[in-house]
Design a protein around this ligand. Sequence first.
Ligand code: KG4
Ligand code: ZN
Length: 328
Amino acid sequence: MNILGIETSCDETSVAIVRDGKDILSNVIASQVEVHARYGGIVPEVASRQHLLTMVPVAEKALADAGTGLEQIDAVAVTMGPGLAGSLIVGVSFAKSVAMAVGLPLVGVNHLEGHIYANWLSSVQPELPCLCLIVSGGHSDMILMEGHGRFRKLGGTRDDAAGEAFDKGARILGLPYPGGPAIQNATRGVTTSLSLPRAWLKDNDDFSFSGVKTALLHMAEEKAAPDEQWVKEAAAAFQDAIVEVLVIKTIRAARRLSVRQVLLAGGVASNSALRDRFAADSPLPVLIPPPVLCTDNAAMIASCAFYHLGSGNPDNSNLDVMPGLAFG
Ligand code: KG4
Ligand code: ZN
């Protein structure tokens, strides 16, 4: 079964064609990072306008790259939420038009569920039950996945998401947007003597990252003339603090729940320090998609839809955008 996936929840316009939930025939991603970088963050009105400009060319390229016509597509899948309302509307309207014009079923996908399914876009298929850590610009969620469509949220962030903290921390240090990759680059080969606090929030699976961000701000304010070396060391201390909490709390929960594997998902899962630390510390197998499938992409949306259709979920051609859609 070939599914055409569409993703426009934030600042990437992406269209992909995925066969049987795991084989990527094409995955075209038009990033708006350069457009938003000059504002230091995403401007929603600019994002939706960019989606309008790129939606059709990106879809045409996805079909061309896959070497398929619409007659070889079996269903259309689209992110319905959570995300920016104006951005979601562009993708959902386009998906409805294609599905209606060609007479295909339409599947609405939760963006967070989609992130998890990036782990199915591989020859090594995950084993269930598993513990999923979704770390993106808007979420830091720990999810128990017992089966396809069977998710239980164990915890989330009480304030800033991990990606949001990386973005704000980078701004404090004068590093560019998006902050996660900028901090990762700044810390390459750096050892630091600086240290920042960790919020463990004992005996639960929640996270909190606003405290470490404020501590970084105070540390930067106290430093009279921060030079390049100090910025790198502060970035390394900040990254260490976020990574350590994510890794230790996730491994602790995985042990408690006796899951078979840990799955990472979301843009922050492309962070090399996080990937290395999980690989070194986890007693359980940890699956992490390649970086390009950690950040927003349509292949993960198409994969997720394959399992929705497989479990008999009906066509939802009347779907609407749900910007505040929660997990499950
Ligand atoms: O999943 P994603 O592409 O979009 C959302 O659904 O939010 O995640 C974007 C977030 C941004 O906050 C970005 O700074 C962060 O992921 N990110 C990273 C890295 N690459 C992207 N954070 C840390 N290290 C990275 N290498
Ligand atoms: Zn995302």
